[in-house]
Write a protein that binds this ligand. Structure first.
Ligand SMILES: Nc1nc2c(ncn2[C@@H]2O[C@H](COP(=O)(O)OP(=O)(O)OP(=O)(O)O)[C@@H](O)[C@H]2O)c(=O)[nH]1
Length: 426
């Protein structure tokens, strides 16, 4: 991780909306993103001409906007870094980062790569097919990952004659389902990604829909309260001690703020040692800051010389995380090899590495009914389960619903070094 971020990052993050798109195959994710980019004038004319030309060659009657994002996917599938999956665009009102990945992988991946900061999930539904298992699964995972806003886009309305009844039926079913989950904000928009209805421009084909277009919603949805600005959490990533003479007294702790607001002069406690000190400065590549908050990357210096290493956490004395080795969590399993009761795994939690043993598989979740399955505890690819683990050393953690960074961890198969599970601490 780079520690030399510029000081405006936090400011930019305040007006940055991160969202993911989900849906089953062919529901229209790529077309929708293409439409958003095109109608909001976020693509260059030459890009448009290229896909127009390509669509014409293939004999498509409409310009295939999906080609815009499919190009992006090709790059990614060639193994270029995961960041390529993210597409940036901006309107005068806000900046956006879209994470577009097929299937379920996007959510778990996002979380695993530490980018568990999506504010919003767009879940697409084909108006002809209605709610399918993937819709429920994506909703459940979005809720589990604590994504605060879910927008259901009922797509391909042009293929159901823009009928209000089709939309209402799907909406009703999903309202029932999502009300059983802990999602703060759920919206429904009838769209046609192909024809452009209600994506950026209001549809004339659906006068019965009085709500906002997708872009308007993305531009205006309130995200200020999505970050935890209360519990101060600074997991130390690196200790910085420059070798030059000029800097020989400098000792800084670099990392990314996981919660709360830090200011020079603040009394802080370093965990697990429990030593206390005051913040001397908060440094960035572009100079010192008067205050810093999640998710900024900064280097903190303290008044006192304390022995601090990677994996330690700087917090406020009166608001500390849990410390413990017995951890209850929900796990999304992401590997062909099944989760093993009594299995041992490496874990990564904030900037800390440890090992853990699975003590108990408490139950599995049936995504369709949301019921707990207690008689079949075999946890395989894509399963979600509640488990108990015991770590080899104490972790400094919060509940996931309190803090998405200090509340999450990943399980790694030590033999293959693959990430096999993403855990949310409960
Ligand atoms: N009629 C109609 N067709 C649409 C609409 N949106 C997408 N399609 C078509 O549905 C097909 C699938 O669209 P994509 O955008 O490629 O779907 P996707 O969800 O990205 O598909 P995968 O990436 O394969 O999961 C394409 O033929 C699109 O032209 C729509 O609103 N109306």
């Amino acid at each position: 991780m780079s520690t030399s971020n510029n000081s405006t990052e936090g400011y930019l993050d305040m007006e940055l909306l991160r969202f993911t798109t989900a849906g089953s195959v062919d529901d229209g994710k790529s077309t929708l993103i293409g439409r958003l980019l095109y109608d909001s004038k976020s693509i260059f004319e030459d890009q448009y001409q290229a896909i127009e030309e390509s669509s014409r060659r293939k004999g498509d009657e409409n310009v295939n906007l999906a080609l815009l994002t499919d190009g992006l996917r090709d790059e990614r599938e060639q193994g270029i870094t995961i960041d390529v999956a993210y597409r940036y665009f901006a309107t005068p009102k806000r900046k956006f980062i879209i994470a577009d990945t097929p299937g379920h992988i996007q959510y778990t991946r996002n979380m695993v790569t530490g980018a568990s900061t999506a504010n919003l999930a767009i879940i697409l539904i084909d108006a002809r097919k209605g709610v399918v298992e993937q819709t429920r699964r994506h909703t459940f995972i979005a809720a589990l990952l604590g994504i605060p806003h879910i927008v259901y886009c009922i797509n391909k309305m042009d293929l159901v004659d823009y009928e209000e009844g089709s939309f209402e039926e799907i909406k009703k079913e999903l309202e029932g389902f999502s009300s059983k989950l802990d999602v703060k904000d759920v919206r429904f928009i009838p769209i046609s990604a192909l024809k452009g209805d209600n994506v950026v421009n209001k549809s004339e084909n659906m006068p019965w829909y009085q709500g906002s277009t997708l872009l308007y919603l993305l531009e205006t949805i309130h995200i200020g309260s999505d970050h935890n600005h209360i519990d101060c959490r600074f997991p130390v990533q690196n200790v910085i001690r420059p070798q030059s003479d000029k800097w020989h007294d400098y000792r800084g702790y670099a990392g990314r703020i996981a919660g709360g607001v830090f200011k020079p002069g603040d009394d802080v406690t370093v965990l697990p040692s429990g030593f206390t000190s005051k913040i001397k400065s908060i440094d960035t590549f572009d100079g010192p800051l008067d205050e810093a908050f999640a998710p900024q990357s900064v280097t903190i210096t303290l008044e006192d010389e304390i022995d601090i290493s990677r994996g330690d956490m700087i917090v406020r004395e009166n608001n500390q995380p849990n410390v413990g080795q017995d951890i209850n969590m929900m796990v999304c399993w992401m590997n062909e090899k099944k989760l093993m009761p009594n299995g041992k795994y490496a874990i990564k939690h904030t900037t800390n590495d440890a090992r853990a043993m699975v003590k108990e598989i408490v139950y599995k979740v049936d995504i369709t009914t949301l019921h707990r399955v207690e008689d079949d505890k075999e946890v395989g690819m894509n399963d979600i389960a509640r488990i108990k683990i015991r770590t080899t050393k104490p972790l400094l953690f919060d509940r996931y619903d309190r803090n998405r960074i200090t509340g999450s961890l990943i399980l790694i198969d030590e033999a293959t070094n693959e990430t096999v599970g993403a855990g949310m601490i409960v």
